[in-house]
Design a binder for this molecule. Structure first.
Ligand code: NAD
Ligand code: TDX
Length: 332
C-alpha cells in the first residue's frame, strides 16, 4: 500500500484531498501540519485511524521533514500561508513557510529520491483585464502582485530549479479559486455565507467587478491525483473548470440561496493591489492527461457548500469573532 505524505492536510484543500484519497484510492496517508490558525484537526475527523495519521509539526523543521519523507512513497505539498489579505498585514510567515518550507521539502525529496507534487496557484501569473479574451496557460510569464502570490511564485521556481539541477522527480499544478467544505471563513465565499448565518451583511471589496475562476475542491483534488499518476516529471499543469464569475455575482447568488434580498450587502474598502481577473486555460491537463471537472454547476456546488456551513456551525463558530475583528480594523 502506497504511503502519501500530505503537507497542510488539516487545511481546506489538503483535508479535502485526504478525504478524496480515502474514498477513491487504497493509499495510506501521513499528514504533516503545523495547525496554524488555518489548520483544524476537526477537518480530519471520522477518517479511518489505520489509514490516516496526523503529525503536528512544521515543514521548516528539516529533521522532522527528512524522517517523514524517508518513510513515504510520494509527497504532496499543500502547506502554505494562503490568504492574500493576511500577507498584506504581515508578509513574514509567508516568506518562511512558503519559501523556506518548500526548500526544506525539496532537500528531503532530493536526498531520498521521492516523487513530489507541488500545489500552486494561478495568482503567480498576475491578473488579466476584464475584456481580455486570453486566459492563463502554462506559457504565461510569472507576474505576481501580492506578498502571498510572490512567495508562491518563488516556491514554484525553486521546484523547477531542483528538477533541472538535481533531477528531483517533481510536477507542479497551478489552480484557480477553490470552494467547498472546510474552507476557512476568512476566505470570500465562506465569509459571506457565515456573515449571513450570524446576522452580518456580506462585504464586497471595491466595485465588486473583480473576476475569479471558481472550481470545486473535489475537481481540483481529482486533477492533482491524475497528475501524480500520469503527469510527466518536470511539467506544470494548470487546473481550472471554466468558472469565471464576478465577486458581485457570487455575493448575489449567496444571498438568493439564503433567501435574502440580493442587494443586502455592504461595499467596503478595496484590497490594495487587488488583482482584477483570473482565468485558466486547462487544455493541457484535459488533452494530455484526460482530466475533466465532474462537479455539477457552480450554483449547485454553492448550494451544497452553504448547506455544509449551516450544518457545521461548531467547525467555524469559534473563529468568526476574531476573523471579523481583524477585517474591521482595515475597514473591510
Ligand atoms: P489553508 O490556509 O486552508 O491551509 C493551509 C494548511 O497549511 C493549514 O492546515 C496550516 O495549518 C498548514 N500550515 C501552514 N504553515 C505550515 C507550516 N509551516 N508547516 C506545516 N503546516 C503548515 O490553505 P488552502 O486554501 O487549503 O491552500 C492549500 C494550498 O493550495 C496552498 O499551497 C495554496 O497556495 C494552494 N492554492 C489554494 C487555492 C484556494 O483557492 N484556496 C487555489 C490554488 C492554490
Ligand atoms: O470579504 C471579502 N470580500 C471580497 O470582495 C473577501 C475575503 C474577499 N473579497 C474578494 C477578493 C477577491 O477578489 O473576493 C475575491 C476572492 O478573495 P479570497 O477568497 O481572499 O481569494 P483570492 O485572493 O482570490 O485567493 C484565493 O485563490 C487563489 C486563495 O485564497 C489563494 O490561496 C489561492 O491561491
Amino acid at each position: 500500500m502506497e504511503t502519501v505524505l500530505v503537507t497542510g492536510g488539516a487545511g481546506f484543500i489538503g483535508a479535502n484531498f485526504v478525504r478524496w484519497l480515502m474514498a477513491n484510492t487504497m493509499t495510506r496517508v501521513k499528514v504533516l501540519d503545523k495547525l496554524t490558525y488555518a489548520g483544524n484537526r476537526g477537518s480530519l475527523e471520522g477518517l479511518p485511524a489505520d489509514r490516516v495519521e496526523l503529525v503536528v509539526g512544521d515543514i521548516c523543521d528539516a529533521g522532522l521533514v527528512d524522517t517523514l519523507v524517508a518513510a513515504c512513497d510520494v509527497v504532496v505539498h499543500f502547506a502554505a500561508e494562503s490568504h492574500n489579505d493576511n500577507s498584506l498585514r504581515d508578509p513574514s510567515p509567508f516568506i518562511t513557510t512558503n519559501l523556506v518550507g518548500t526548500y526544506t521539502l525539496l532537500q528531503a525529496v532530493r536526498t531520498h529520491d521521492k516523487r513530489y507534487h507541488h500545489i500552486s496557484t494561478d495568482e503567480v501569473y498576475g491578473d488579466l483585464d476584464l475584456d481580455d479574451p486570453a486566459k492563463f496557460t502554462e506559457h504565461t510569464p510569472y507576474n505576481p502582485s501580492s506578498p502571498y502570490s510572490s512567495t508562491k511564485a518563488g516556491s514554484d521556481l525553486l521546484v523547477r530549479a531542483w528538477v533541472r539541477s538535481f533531477g528531483v522527480r517533481a510536477t507542479i499544478s497551478n489552480c484557480s479559486n477553490n470552494y467547498g467544505p472546510y474552507q476557512h471563513i476568512e476566505k470570500f465565499i465562506p465569509r459571506q455565507i457565515t456573515n449571513v448565518l450570524t446576522g452580518r451583511r456580506p462585504k464586497l471589496y471595491g466595485t465588486g467587478e473583480n473576476v475569479r475562476d471558481w472550481i470545486h475542491v473535489d475537481d481540483h483534488n481529482a486533477a492533482v491525483w491524475t497528475i501524480i499518476q500520469k503527469g510527466q516529471i518536470g511539467q506544470t499543469y494548470l487546473i481550472g473548470a471554466d468558472g469565471e464569475k464576478s465577486n458581485r455575482e457570487v455575493i448575489e447568488e449567496i444571498l438568493r440561496l439564503l433567501g435574502q434580498p440580493d442587494d443586502a450587502y455592504d461595499m467596503v474598502a478595496d484590497r490594495p493591489g487587488h488583482d482584477l481577473r483570473y482565468a485558466i486555460d486547462s487544455t493541457k491537463l484535459r488533452t494530455e492527461l484526460g482530466w475533466r471537472p465532474t462537479y455539477p454547476s457552480f450554483a449547485e456546488g454553492l448550494a451544497a457548500t452553504i448547506g455544509w456551513y449551516e450544518a457545521h456551525e461548531s467547525w467555524w463558530a469559534d473563529a468568526k469573532q476574531a476573523t471579523e475583528a481583524a477585517y474591521a480594523k482595515q475597514g473591510q
